[in-house]
Design a protein around this ligand. Structure first.
Ligand code: FES
Length: 117
């Protein structure tokens, strides 16, 4: 099992077993210099930097419900499909691409450019 794979020139780092990510809560992993929160949204795994755009709260420890996560610090709520704040379009989580290979999850070593506001 390799710890990294290259896809179209981009590096993806093995981050977690697929079963470690469940719909009830976030799963926080380390991907090189980033702390990343993984979420299961309807069977798909999405990944965001574990830092709320408001004041850096640990979004991976937030309350997960109906495809959203609520930051544990000041309750900003984000749509997990898009990473966008649900109460306005002025903030968005920094997204990382996810690659599933067998039962392993690989997360891109760098965030999607321009994904955070
Ligand atoms: S740090 Fe997340 S709502 Fe304030």
């Amino acid at each position: 099992m390799t710890s990294e794979v290259r896809i179209e020139g981009r590096v993806f780092v093995r981050a977690a077993h697929r079963r470690a990510v469940t719909p009830e809560r976030g799963t926080v992993v380390r991907v090189r210099r980033y702390e990343v929160a993984l979420f299961d949204v309807g069977g798909d795994v999405v990944a965001y930097e574990n830092a709320c755009p408001h004041q850096g709260g640990p979004i991976g420890e937030g309350f997960v419900e109906s495809g959203t996560v609520t930051c544990p610090w000041h309750a900003w709520c984000f749509d997990l499909r898009t990473g966008t704040l649900t109460l306005g379009d002025f903030a968005r989580l920094r997204r990382f691409d996810v690659h599933v290979e067998g039962s392993e999850l690989y997360v891109a070593a760098e965030p999607v450019e321009g994904s955070a506001w």
